[in-house]
Design a protein around this ligand. Structure first.
Ligand code: ZN
Length: 284
């Protein structure tokens, strides 16, 4: 498997891979979705009774939403985790931690949420107890609306989990791949190059030095509009899917950076195949 091109942002990865079979890519895709861990709020303690502000005014700890709905919404807020700590094993699953799941800085993050109405409570109102870098990445997720005299005081605990446990721990989303097309153009048969350029929905073609060229074949979605003889001319363009070059892309919710997700998924696959090899050797 070779990487030809990588384009990685804070929450998106686009990779062109060659010399690879689809079943390997699918194993990689599945590992990204279910094996890469991320932080998510899993325990929520909601204060009951009156809440007082600094001026002595009291607020009812009631909201228009049930407590379990607020807890669910908090659970789906993307909580960041340090990629380096994840890869070097510093950040652990609670059951694998030295604290044996009791809770410590190596396996959990605590947040507080203290708001009084009238206002909308957003994900940015979650305050981490510790490093400010642990504030949720997506700051504008509405949690609940509070009216006059309503207040909310919550302590929440986030810990690591994987997509195989629950969707709130799924670090990678929209993971998929498609073959990169091979576009062959017979210049002599192209009847109207401008018509081909204008009809391509993905802006794959351009006219350069009066000739039709595929400037961006990676963007092609194999719709084959350009093969239509009314558009390009009889047998002027042939679009085939390559069998060993693929365009692979996925997104994260911001909890884990895409590069960390790739390395983690590859490490998991390597460990899994090594275990399989060891198990097989025992049968000799
Ligand atoms: Zn711990």
């Amino acid at each position: 498997m070779k990487i030809e091109k990588v384009n990685i942002s804070d929450s998106k990865a686009e990779i062109i891979l060659s010399d690879v079979e689809p079943h390997l890519l699918n194993a990689f895709r599945r590992s990204l979705i279910v094996d890469v861990p991320k932080m998510a709020i899993d325990k929520v303690e909601i204060h009951l009774g009156a809440i007082s502000d600094e001026n002595g005014k009291t607020y009812e700890s009631t909201t228009p939403l049930f407590d379990e709905v607020i807890s669910h919404r908090l659970g789906m807020v993307p909580v960041p985790v340090d990629g380096k700590a994840l890869l070097d094993g510093h950040m652990k699953m609670p059951e694998e931690c030295d604290c044996a799941g009791a809770g410590c800085p190596n396996c959990q993050i605590m947040y507080s949420l203290n708001k009084r109405g009238p206002c909308t409570v957003y994900s940015r109102d979650l305050e981490p107890l510790g490093d400010e870098k642990l504030k949720p990445k997506d700051k504008d997720i509405p949690i609940v609306k509070l009216t006059e005299d309503e207040g909310i005081l919550i302590y929440a605990i986030a810990h690591l989990g994987t997509g195989s446990m629950h969707a709130r721990w799924q670090a990678v989303h929209a993971a998929g791949y498609r073959p990169i097309p091979k576009i062959t153009i017979d210049q002599k048969k192209v009847s109207d190059p401008e018509r081909v350029v204008g009809n391509c929905p993905k802006d794959v073609y351009e006219i350069s030095k009066k000739a039709l060229k595929a400037k961006n074949p990676e963007a092609c979605i194999l719709c084959r509009t350009c093969e239509n003889e009314d558009i390009s001319g009889k047998e002027a363009i042939k679009v085939d899917a390559e069998t060993s070059r693929y365009f692979f892309k996925f997104e994260t919710d911001g909890g884990v950076d895409p590069k960390t997700a790739i390395i983690y998924a590859l490490n998991v696959l390597e460990a899994r195949f090594n275990d399989f090899q060891v198990s097989l050797a025992e049968f000799k």
